[in-house]
Design a protein around this ligand. Structure first.
Ligand SMILES: Nc1ncnc2c1ncn2[C@@H]1O[C@H](COP(=O)(O)OP(=O)(O)OP(=O)(O)O)[C@@H](O)[C@H]1O
Length: 256
């Protein structure tokens, strides 16, 4: 069974069919990219999977469980983490604290146990810190651990955003335009990290991305969407050569 199965997913905002009957599945350990012109419905697909939006129609299954009606704040606990196109970090907290906040979905102790700082709480706290330290090492964030988010360069904040998602210990990570606003060198680093996430952490990656160099470098399969519908699915080369995809991008050159 696939790790993620999306069947006939649709959401309508008034008259706008933002997503209009999309089906795809992502296998465990796969890097799967969704591409498409602006307004195609890519972020809306992410918002449906992370349960920020409720679908009008369709079904989403994750790890053998129907999550179509799950609550957004239960999603991280199930093993799905995401990053946002517009970076959603706490600007006036340090890198370390932002990553520790990512761990809160795993809190198994209650308020009274926390106040008394029982051994169980201390053990849990050590586990959180261990995981966060692994993420800091993995993403080479040592130099920034005590720095406030607000003072960091954009490229570093993007990496911390990935770190916050990784700190939750997901099975599936949703990356919303991980290369947007990054330099060629920074994009190359993101490509290495995506490959390492898969190889060293056994993660499955679902990514929305406009940067075709990144898509080509890391994706096993690509789905192209336009006007809320699937245009083509296959290897990066197959999808970019598809006549409907070329027509959808005509004039933008984005898929060239
Ligand atoms: N909450 C909402 N209310 C109304 N319309 C919405 C809402 N969210 C998305 N849409 C509409 O759904 C369509 C798809 O938007 P979406 O943001 O998913 O596109 P996208 O492919 O992610 O675009 P981009 O590449 O520019 O981020 C657009 O027409 C958008 O205006």
């Amino acid at each position: 069974m696939s790790l993620l199965e999306v069947e006939d997913l649709a959401i309508h905002f008034g008259g706008v069919k933002a997503v209009d009957g999309v089906s795809f599945s992502v296998e465990k350990g796969e890097v799967f990219a969704i591409i498409g012109p602006n307004g195609a419905g890519k972020s809306t697909i992410f918002n449906l999977i992370s349960r920020i939006y409720q679908s009008t129609l369709g079904r989403i299954q994750f790890d053998g469980q129907d999550i179509t009606a799950s609550r957004a704040h239960d999603i991280a606990g199930l093993g799905i983490a995401r990053t946002f196109q517009n970076i959603e970090l706490f600007d006036h907290s340090t890198v370390l604290d932002n990553l520790l906040m990512g761990r809160h979905t795993h809190r198994r102790t209650n308020f009274v146990q926390d106040i008394l700082f029982l051994p169980k709480v201390r053990r849990e706290e050590r586990q959180h810190r261990r995981r966060v330290e692994q993420v800091i090492e993995f993403l080479e964030l040592e130099a920034y651990r005590k720095k406030m988010i607000a003072g960091l360069p954009y490229g570093v904040r993007k990496v911390v955003e990935i770190g916050r998602a990784l700190a939750t210990g997901p099975k599936l990570i949703l990356l919303d335009e991980p290369a947007s606003g990054l330099s060629v060198e920074e994009t190359r680093d993101v490509a290495f990290w995506i490959e390492d996430m898969r190889r060293d952490m056994g993660l499955t990656v679902l990514m929305v991305e406009h940067d075709m160099s990144l898509v080509n470098q890391v994706s096993d399969r690509v789905m192209a969407v336009a006007n809320g519908r699937t245009l083509a699915m296959g290897t990066p080369a197959e999808v970019q050569a598809h006549p409907d995809v070329m027509a959808a991008y005509l004039g933008t050159g984005a898929a060239a």
